[in-house]
Design a protein around this ligand. Structure first.
Ligand code: PNS
Length: 162
């Protein structure tokens, strides 16, 4: 049985992420979406909120589960019997993604597949979505509807706080 992990920050999960997760469901028997608990202070959503949003967004795929992880990704893979890391890659990220894949393979032997981002999402990143949303732009085209609603609500709440 092949078990793969799709790791990321997912702040917030985008259609680009979901495309990679769905494509990974065809390459592995089980897929674990692992949300890095990196404690970024400028995050839009807490790690727990990201997990809940991903669980809802991935509910239609029976072989996908979602969890938090802390520490090294390779240690998560070893502890959870994961044999494959699956990540989306945009042209601009390619060099860094290859570097991380090589480091992870060197650390424990776990291999990575880099799936080219679908061209329709090639310009979408969580960080750009956060920036556009925070400055009042419409990001609903890049996010699952429930996530877009929560992002709009969070941005409004932050504006009231400030
Ligand atoms: O969505 P992101 O921010 O590109 O996700 C990055 C993530 C969480 C996959 C990456 O930072 C990671 O693997 N973090 C865990 C710490 C780790 O293993 N670092 C060494 C990487 S070679």
């Amino acid at each position: 049985m092949t078990r793969a992990v799709c790791p990321g920050s997912f702040d917030p999960v985008t259609h680009g992420h979901l495309d990679i997760i769905q494509r990974t469901t065809r390459l592995a028997d089980q897929v674990i979406v692992a949300v890095g608990d990196n404690m970024a202070k400028n995050g839009l959503f807490t790690p727990q909120e990201r997990v809940a949003m991903l669980e809802a967004a991935c509910a239609e795929w029976d072989n996908v589960s979602v969890t938090l992880f802390k520490g090294l990704l390779v240690d998560f893979c070893t502890a959870n019997d994961v044999g494959l890391i699956s990540k989306g890659v945009r042209a601009a990220d390619f060099a860094y993604e290859v570097q991380m894949a090589q480091m992870n393979r060197r650390l424990t032997g776990v291999d990575t597949i880099l799936l080219p981002t679908d061209p329709q999402w090639a310009f979408v990143s969580s960080s750009l979505v956060r920036e556009v949303a925070t400055l009042g732009g419409d990001v609903s085209g890049f996010l699952p509807p429930a996530v877009a609603e929560q992002a709009a609500a969070r941005v409004s709440a932050q504006l009231v706080e400030d």
